[in-house]
Design a protein around this ligand. Structure first.
Ligand code: SER
Length: 314
């Protein structure tokens, strides 16, 4: 990994991944790809090149790959689960037509490709506890349908053309730099902002709903480590279960109250988000990732909560 294009560089994952790659990979050029209206600003803009990179514009992507001799593409353009239910065709366009554009360029020009999958790639008939790496994948959301197709298409390009595609199934990601938007797991980020501002938090997810979650530093490390891992050890590719913590809303609120005792919460369940959440795993089994490329999370619930609050207070 030397010359990298991050598509979606101003989003929740991209804004932090671009900066981490620029700091971590010696001598690398990391291009921040963006769409109009989401231009990089501040340190993201100043610390390296940026280019307009719309996944639906194959010619534009090919030009960037040529100009910077890109060898690795992080494809982080996505419409998250709750928004995808409102705009299913847009989600299909970005997630599927976007991916095929990227895979075709990768095939022609020899790039490796990381396109994240998600807990959303599972559905109501998947075993919810200790969800295995290889199991039933019949999601009922448009987001999930596209994520299963992303996994299959990425594996297809690897087996048929030898394109070096690899990825992980991200849990809900918790971070303080750039907020997510339109996801089912977003509540686990939003509650921190309410807690720090002293505002009441209205939770759209019901008590007792367990979902896998992960703190952003672990997620970024996973995205880099999988791409740097020894390919001869990979039995799987698209995509690996990775896990670090699983909780219901009440458990998260209790952990935040250990730091900010006056956090006020009430529930106003959003039926769309709730039905998506109910169809997802409670907790995934990530033993294949641990075995095949040495995945190991470093944050648990309390470690994440303390770190989140100390950064948001600043
Ligand atoms: N965080 C995503 C969502 O909630 C799932 O990967 O849509």
């Amino acid at each position: 990994m030397k010359n990298v294009l991050v598509i979606g560089s101003t989003g929740q994952i991209g804004s932090e991944l671009t900066m981490k790659l620029r700091k971590q990979i010696n001598g690398a050029t990391v291009v921040a790809g963006y769409i109009p209206g989401a231009e990089p600003k501040g340190v993201l803009k100043e610390s390296g090149p940026s280019e307009q990179a719309d996944v639906c514009n194959a010619a534009q992507l090919a030009q960037i790959v040529d100009k910077y001799r890109i060898d690795t593409i992080y494809n982080l353009a996505a419409i998250l689960s709750a928004t995808a239910e409102k705009k299913p065709l847009l989600a299909w366009d970005i997630q599927m037509n976007g991916l095929i554009n990227i895979l075709e360029i990768a095939r022609e020009k020899g790039c490796a490709v990381f396109t994240p999958s998600s807990i959303g790639a599972f559905g109501p008939t998947t075993p919810h506890k200790s969800t295995p790496q290889d199991t039933v994948q019949r999601p009922t959301s448009m987001y999930g349908v596209t994520k299963v197709a992303v996994e299959l298409l990425s594996d297809y390009y690897f087996h048929k053309y030898g394109v070096d595609t690899r990825s992980v199934r991200f849990p809900g990601l918790i971070s303080y730099t750039t907020p997510p938007g339109g996801g089912t797991t977003d509540y686990a980020v939003e509650v921190f902002y309410s807690a720090v501002k002293g505002e009441e938090f209205v939770c759209p997810i019901a008590q007792g709903t367990y979902m896998d979650m992960m703190y952003m530093p672990d997620a970024l490390r996973a995205a880099i480590e999988i791409m740097e891992s020894d390919p001869s050890k990979l039995v799987h590719r698209n995509s690996f279960n990775i896990a670090s913590m699983s909780f219901e809303p009440e458990t998260l609120f209790a952990a935040i109250r250990r730091e900010i005792p006056d956090l006020r919460t009430r529930y106003e369940v959003d039926p769309v988000r709730q039905s998506i959440a109910d169809s997802w795993p409670d907790n995934m089994d990530d033993s294949c990732a641990r075995k095949e490329w040495g995945w190991k999370p470093s944050y648990d619930l309390d470690g994440m909560v303390k770190d989140m609050i100390s950064h948001l207070k600043k």
